[in-house]
Ligand binder design. Structure first.
Ligand SMILES: NC(=O)c1ccc[n+]([C@@H]2O[C@H](COP(=O)([O-])OP(=O)(O)OC[C@H]3O[C@@H](n4cnc5c(N)ncnc54)[C@H](OP(=O)(O)O)[C@@H]3O)[C@@H](O)[C@H]2O)c1
Length: 315
């Protein structure tokens, strides 16, 4: 989907400098609110562990991405995923899948409160008034009266500060349970953390074995902002599903390459939202909580980092 990704400028140095200065204070304060440690499910709960965000909201560590899953396929995938145990569904205005997500949830028979819905404000709705209208349009399509997480999808250009102020109001009014960013640069994250009342709880960025985003990973951890990976398989680019290292590790554990990728995210404390239009893959992607990658395997995967986006068309 062409409109999904666009150039991103990462002012890493600024965010990292700020983060380094704040690190000792955070170690005493914010770090206690850190979300990286996942909590195991209790008997009777869905089989996906949760993290606690910096505002106390709980978020499943694994969810279903829905980009391109439009129409009946989307409804079926969402309903199937929930039946299998997924409780986090990721959508966005620009994906045109919010209606499908709402319908899939209704068909699943699970109560709204049992599902964590993320949606995203698109650039055309940027600004204070527009953001309020943007959220309402998403709620209408989903047929719900609140979102669990609302992200500014791509804050490059436009009045993203105005959007955030509107989102803060909607958060206080209970229409959004947690606020976050996607594809923000380091200066924007700095500004949000320093100058706004409601801090970002989540930052959703491209992250996978071939683009591990180490500096962002460290900085977000220090700041108590939950990192969330979009394209956790890099959409299979650069041969991710047949990578020899990932495949060999999987073989050792009796797991697929996809499961190794997702387990690696989980062990790093990153929320991942793999997309699949196939029920077998949706089920497979959930079976990652019954094995553990050894330290040497984590190091081997760390060695796969190419340090560059696998979506250069958007850089
Ligand atoms: N915030 C942002 O800017 C942004 C950008 C991109 C994506 N996202 C979100 O992140 C989600 C995930 O990213 P993505 O959709 O770009 O890509 P992805 O999850 O990295 O990869 C999806 C691809 O992997 C395949 N796949 C899934 N499970 C598999 C398995 N077990 N074995 C083999 N192949 C498998 C799928 O094919 P099948 O359908 O055949 O299984 C599909 O072609 C999106 O859907 C969206 O919700 C956000």
């Amino acid at each position: 989907m062409k409109t999904e990704r666009e150039p991103r400028e990462m002012n890493r140095r600024h965010f990292l400098q700020t983060s380094a200065l704040a690190a000792s204070a955070l170690a005493l304060g914010l770090a206690s609110k850190r979300s990286a440690a996942a909590e195991s499910p209790k008997p009777g709960e869905a089989a996906v562990p949760q993290v606690t965000l910096n505002n106390g909201v709980k978020m499943p560590v694994l969810g279903l991405g829905t980009m391109t899953l439009q129409g009946d396929v989307g409804v079926r995938c969402v309903a199937d995923a929930i039946a299998l145990g997924y409780r986090l569904i990721d959508t966005a205005t620009i994906y045109n899948t919010e209606k499908e997500v709402g319908e899939g949830i209704r068909q699943s028979g699970i109560k709204r409160e049992g599902i964590f819905i993320t949606s995203k404000l698109w650039k055309s709705d940027m600004g204070y008034e527009q953001a309020k209208r943007g959220l309402q349009a998403s709620l209408d399509k989903l047929k719900t009266d609140y979102l669990d997480l609302y992200l500014i999808h791509r804050p490059a250009g436009g009045d993203w500060r105005g959007s955030w102020r509107a989102m803060e109001e909607l958060y206080r009014a209970g229409r959004i349970k947690a606020l976050g960013m996607s594809n923000a640069d380091f200066a924007q994250m700095d500004e949000l953390l320093a100058k706004f009342e409601v801090k970002p709880a989540v930052h959703q960025i491209e992250t996978h074995a071939f683009f591990q985003e180490g500096p962002a990973y460290e900085a977000l951890k220090r700041e108590g902002v939950q990192m969330e990976a979009w394209a956790p398989f890099a959409e299979g680019r650069h041969g991710m599903f047949v990578d020899p290292t990932l495949t060999a590790i999987g073989r050792k554990h009796g797991k697929t390459t996809a499961q190794v990728c997702l387990r690696w995210h989980y062990q790093r404390g990153i929320v991942a939202i793999p997309r699949s239009g196939q029920k077998a893959h949706i089920a497979e992607n959930l079976r990652i909580f019954d094995f553990e990658l050894a330290a040497a395997e984590m190091r081997a995967i760390a060695g796969l980092d190419l340090g560059v986006t696998q979506f250069p068309e958007w850089s």
